[in-house]
Design a protein around this ligand. Structure first.
Ligand SMILES: Nc1nc2c(ncn2[C@@H]2O[C@H](COP(=O)(O)OP(=O)(O)OP(=O)(O)O)[C@@H](O)[C@H]2O)c(=O)[nH]1
Ligand SMILES: [Mg+2]
Length: 710
């Protein structure tokens, strides 16, 4: 939420509806630069929620308030902007379009009941855009398509609609169309018809003569176009309708009432079968009111959102809840930020019940252990309750089922946690978080930077569930696993907050060594001059074992050459030396060490002396055999569109990768499995993206250690 928690000056008080039917939670999804943040800004200005429309390029928007967003001139995190349109409160949830920030998009999908899928009129539908559409489809998110940036020279509304229909199916149908306008465009910019306003495809009477169409030919063309669009839309609505009476009257050629059509449109959108298209231009204001009307009339309210199952905090007794303000409290933390002034700010979507200030709550977080977030169940207290507007927090008296609110100082609350009544603790399984695959090693320049780094690390990790912190003990590095370079830039910027000098360094991979061949070693630790002496002698044999065997210790002492209690001392000494390693200071693995002989002294032998002798024997054996360095090898699975298969295979062989299989996946996609040394994968997250125009993805899991060449 940035660091300027302030009231919003002249803007109206935060709306706080009492009925979920008067709410719409709408997430904006779409590729980077589609104009989502600008559209939120325009909608806020047009409803007088803010006094003046800010701009992304000037860094003055409500949603892109974080320093990293202003610098990168794109959104880097989810932001909420509520507005009031008529009697409805619309919570706009802006998300970043860039692939690195997919975690923020998923959180936004969780917070909302419907999506505006925003596409710039001049751009086609590229693989990254299709991937975003799939993200929405995966969670069955109802969505409309917004064609934006219509004032730009390359803008072509018809081409954009055609591209969307081709990519997303025949359910993509215009709800509004621009009126033809014979007046010349200001400065000759943009698509024709931009200044004439919009006509509702459903609401305009078929013979309506559009305003501004002075030429009869224009009017005729427009009528035809509207007529075709209207028929297509009505057919689309009827096809998606489950109302047989409606279908019958349509087939009988009866005129269907507008109110019935709009009701049926809303349920077709809610079911996900129909995606109305709305043209907008944030620059000129075209289509903004129509979009707000469309959201109120054509989008589902929280009452229609079928909620996932809640359980008790042990994962038992599944329950179905509804958006009932009088029901049991059940909310989910969809976003967390840690502000240097107000501390932790948890953005919550209330699914059931009503959240009130100054009340105890139960916070449950389960199922994120692998990501470094241990299971937790805590009773805490909500202090104040806020409605966020970008970085500003405005106090509200309550937050009912279906609404979004910000809660400060819930110290244990992490993104994905469930907030409920301490008398009736509930749990909702978190949504799947993406796997970060780009490791960045960070170091602080000075001791005081080190303190700031430690503080900032906690803050940054708490606020970002897509980030994984790995304090790699073997390589003595602090490694942050990020989603990609843009995410890494944001993470570094957050870590440097407060002026800390933080550097990055190449990520080291943890190497191992093993014996090249069998060898023997003699260890003698004898010191008998003055005082208490030390006496230990041992002989060992060391032989290499297959990969992954670890270390085995065997005792072949006969006749009590070393007393029993010192045999384990030798083993301890050998094991410690193996762990410490020798020349390269990396652990020695996959060996069997056999103790064959030795000598002890009745007074001077001790545990410590035999440990030292064991270590010396191992060193001697290693010198005789020579050591082989082993490197970690991962199994990667790369998911690629077929047209990029050749490039990805060529690149894998350049990384010493061995392909172990290629299988077809969905139509046009292949999954390649390969074994690749981890040292070659440090920047694979970046490389694979550029090899495939951003469409490929991959997973990696540790496979084994293999000898390093040369
Ligand atoms: N001319 C014109 N420019 C626009 C319009 N909408 C957005 N832009 C510009 O397009 C660029 C990208 O807009 P954003 O609103 O940041 O796009 P976004 O979809 O939020 O992008 P991400 O945050 O990266 O996902 C900015 O420079 C905007 O000023 C529009 O309607 N007309
Ligand atoms: Mg944005």
């Amino acid at each position: 939420m940035g660091n300027k928690q302030s009231s919003t000056g002249g803007s109206p008080a935060a709306p706080a509806p009492a009925d979920p039917a008067a709410l719409r939670n709408v997430v904006l999804v779409g590729p980077s630069s589609a104009g989502k943040t600008t559209l939120v800004e325009a909608l806020l200005a047009t409803t007088s929620t803010i006094g003046r429309q800010g701009s992304v390029t000037e860094g003055t928007t409500v949603c892109d308030h974080e320093a990293a967003a202003i610098e990168q001139q794109r959104s880097v995190g989810l932001a909420v902007a509520p507005l009031q349109h008529g009697h409805t409160k619309i919570n706009l949830v802006d998300t970043p379009g860039y692939a690195d920030f997919i975690g923020e998009l998923r959180a936004g999908l969780r917070a909302a009941d419907a999506a505006l899928f925003v596409i710039a009129a001049g751009e086609g539908v590229d693989p990254a855009t299709r991937a975003l559409w799939q993200e929405c489809a995966r969670v069955a998110m109802p969505r409309a398509v917004v064609i934006s940036r219509l004032d730009q020279p390359r803008a072509d509304l018809d081409a954009a609609i055609a591209a969307c229909r081709e990519a997303f199916g025949a359910g993509v149908l215009p709800l509004y169309l621009p009126r033809e306008d014979s007046t010349p465009q200001a400065g000759g910019r943009g698509a024709p018809g931009l200044t004439g306003g919009l006509t509702g495809v459903l609401t305009a009477a078929p013979g309506d003569t559009p305003a501004g169409a002075s030429a009869a030919a224009d009017g005729e063309r427009m009528r035809e176009r509207l007529g075709t669009a209207r028929n297509e839309l009505i057919e689309g609505i009827i096809a998606e309708s489950e109302d047989e009476a409606l279908m019958d009257s349509y087939l009988a050629g009866e005129e269907i009432e507008e109110a019935t059509l709009i009701r049926s449109l809303e349920s077709a959108v809610a079911r996900g079968g129909l995606h109305p298209v709305l043209p907008v231009c944030s620059e000129t204001g075209l289509g903004l009111t129509e979009l707000l009307d469309g959201i109120v009339r054509g989008f589902p309210s929280p009452l229609e959102h079928v909620l996932a199952e809640f359980t008790d905090s042990q994962g038992r007794n599944p329950r179905t809840l509804a958006a009932d303000p009088a029901g049991p409290l059940a909310a989910e933390v969809v976003h967390t930020s840690v502000d240097s002034y107000v501390g932790r700010v948890s953005l919550a979507r209330v699914f059931s019940g009503t959240m009130l200030p100054e009340r105890p709550v139960h916070v449950s977080g389960h199922g994120m252990t692998e990501r470094g977030h241990p299971d937790h169940d805590e009773d805490e207290r909500v202090a104040h309750l806020y409605s966020p507007l970008g970085s500003s927090l405005r106090a509200v008296p309550r937050c009912i089922a279906g609404d979004l609110c910000a809660v400060t100082k819930l110290v244990s609350a992490e993104t994905g946690d469930t907030v409920s009544d301490p008398a009736d603790p509930l749990l909702l399984a978190p949504w799947p978080m993406p796997e970060p695959l780009l490791p960045i090693a960070v170091t602080a320049r000075t001791r005081s930077d080190d303190d700031t780094l430690a503080r900032n690390l906690n803050r940054v990790v708490a606020a970002d569930p897509t980030l994984r912190l790995d304090r790699a003990t073997e390589t003595h590095q602090v490694v942050l696993w990020c989603m990609g370079e843009a995410h890494a830039d944001v993470v570094l910027q957050r870590l440097r907050e407060g002026g800390a000098e933080i550097d990055t360094e190449p990520v080291r991979v943890p190497l191992r060594q093993t014996f090249a061949c069998p060898a023997q070693g003699h260890g003698r630790h004898v010191k008998q001059s003055g005082g208490h002496g030390q006496y230990a002698v041992c002989d060992i044999e060391v032989e290499p074992l297959p990969r992954g065997s670890g270390m085995e210790f065997a005792d072949r002492i006969v006749g009590g050459a070393i007393p029993k209690q010192f045999i384990s001392s030798v083993e301890k000494g050998v094991r410690r030396q193996l762990d410490r390693g020798l020349e390269a200071e990396c652990p020695i693995v996959d060996v069997r060490v056999t103790l064959t002989d030795g000598k002890a002294h009745s007074v001077d032998s001790s545990d410590a002396a035999f440990q030292a002798a064991g270590a010396l024997a191992l060193k001697a054996a290693a010198e005789q055999a020579g050591l082989v360095t082993l490197e970690p090898v991962d199994e990667v699975a790369v998911h690629i569109p077929d047209e990029h298969l050749g490039a990805v295979l060529g690149d894998l062989s350049g990384r010493r990768g061995k392909v172990v299989g290629t299988e077809p996946e969905d139509v046009g996609w292949t999954v390649v499995r390969a074994h690749v040394p981890a040292s070659e994968l440090a920047r694979y997250a970046v490389n694979v993206r550029s090899l495939s125009s951003g469409s490929a993805s991959f997973t990696r899991t540790f496979s084994r250690y293999d000898p390093m060449p040369g």
